[in-house]
Design a protein around this ligand. Structure first.
Ligand code: MG
Length: 127
């Protein structure tokens, strides 16, 4: 603990959440349905900090805690489903580079219409 993003690996975080879960015998609750729902529940808790117009910024520590809850559940999901996060992320990132080319989106007058058009085309399987 006490380390930063610069010197902590995803594998170390996976081992932390796995140990946390095993020490409490919570693996029996950590099926894909429950964990995917927990990811969304925690995301909603993060969204609550930005819901409605409020004066000032949300408490940064509370926001970081909610983000950590999301990541915790994502890591648990990855452990349970034997997903290598780094390779999955990089593979997805490469596809995003193709899906949203800078030739379309790196301009001052880009439009959400471009985003919507590309998203709909991908969903139809015709990028
Ligand atoms: Mg939470």
């Amino acid at each position: 603990m006490g380390r930063t993003d610069n010197d902590t690996t995803i594998q170390e975080l996976k081992e932390l959440v796995d140990t946390f879960s095993k020490d409490r015998n919570w693996q029996r609750h950590h099926n894909p349905k429950n964990l995917s729902m927990s990811i969304v529940v925690e995301a909603a808790e993060l969204m609550e900090h930005y819901q409605w117009e409020r004066d000032g910024q949300p408490n940064q520590q509370e926001v970081a805690d909610e983000l950590s809850d999301i990541i915790f559940n994502c890591l648990m999901f990855a452990v349970g489903q034997d997903i290598d996060i780094a390779s999955s992320f990089k593979s997805k990132y490469k596809r995003l580079l193709k899906k949203y080319p800078v030739t379309i989106f790196n301009k001052d007058n880009d439009s959400l219409k471009d985003y919507d058009r590309i998203k709909k085309a991908y969903r139809k399987g015709t990028p």
